[in-house]
Design a binder for this molecule. Structure first.
Ligand code: 13P
Length: 250
């Protein structure tokens, strides 16, 4: 049985004070659910959030990770540094990094591998643009993004990975993929993995991301291949994020 998981991606939408308040709200309000939960603060706040989350069941993640293990890479943060602060997860290949920071299939695959090598679970984000959905190439795009990482890192490493399907047109727009639209792509991703390794396909957590809110989480989570969510905007309120976390059917 796959465990469910919700991950909050705080992006660059928080400051030190609001991060402290948010973490306290999450710790105080955390219901006892049989599912996993994690937050991804900006790098700078990771040490403090890590301290606050010690001895809680809330996991910690980073929003990105460097392509190399160490060296002359000004401004980058290596996977081993994240490990020093107990990061369990690192998002790799977020569409905002692909679009604005020149992340390519190659660099995303390198980041994925760096996380794996440091014993951090990569949360591999993939998803199509609006024009790609309209052109009917969603499956091609998702397959290409996924295969780039499988080819580089090998299917076996997906034993310790999470996939987040985030249609770019649904991110921060209030437009959510319908539960059926998301399920269709999640099933496609699982089938692609099953062609390489049946067991990995069955066990991997595939999260949906893109305007997930308490109002749509129940329907999304009811889908057989949706194992949770990567949440942006609504992870910035403890109340909304915990409501999403409580939206799995018992
Ligand atoms: P929103 O939930 O704000 O649409 O963001 C989704 C996202 O990009 C999570 O990584």
């Amino acid at each position: 049985m796959r465990r469910n998981l919700v991950v909050g991606n705080w992006k660059m939408k928080i400051n030190q004070q609001s991060a402290q308040k948010l973490v306290d709200g999450l710790i105080d309000g955390l219901p006892s659910e049989d599912a996993d939960i994690a937050v991804c603060p900006p790098y700078l706040y990771i040490p403090e959030v890590s301290q606050r989350l010690a001895n809680t069941t809330i996991g910690l993640g980073a929003q990105n990770v460097a392509t190399h293990v160490e060296g002359a890479y000004t401004g980058e943060i290596a996977a081993v540094m994240l490990k020093d602060f107990n990061c369990k997860y690192a998002i790799v290949g977020h569409s905002e990094r692909r679009a604005n920071y020149a992340d390519t299939s190659q660099t995303v695959a390198q980041r994925f591998q760096q996380a794996i090598d440091a014993d951090i679970i990569p949360v591999l984000a993939i998803g199509e643009l609006l024009e790609e959905r309209e052109d009917g190439t969603t499956f091609d795009v998702v397959e290409k993004q996924l295969n780039a990482v499988i080819d580089f890192s090998g299917i076996e490493n997906f034993k310790k990975a999470v996939i987040a399907y985030e249609p770019v047109w649904a991110i921060g727009t209030g437009l959510t993929a319908s539960a059926e639209q998301a399920q269709e792509v999640h099933l496609f991703i699982r089938q692609l993995l099953a062609e390489k390794n049946q067991q990995i396909a069955e066990n991997i957590q595939i999260l949906y991301g893109g305007s997930v809110k308490p109002q749509n989480a129940v329907a999304l989570f009811a889908m057989p291949d949706i194992d949770g969510a990567l949440v942006g905007g609504d992870s910035l309120s403890a109340d909304s994020f915990l409501k999403i976390y409580s939206s799995f059917q018992k």
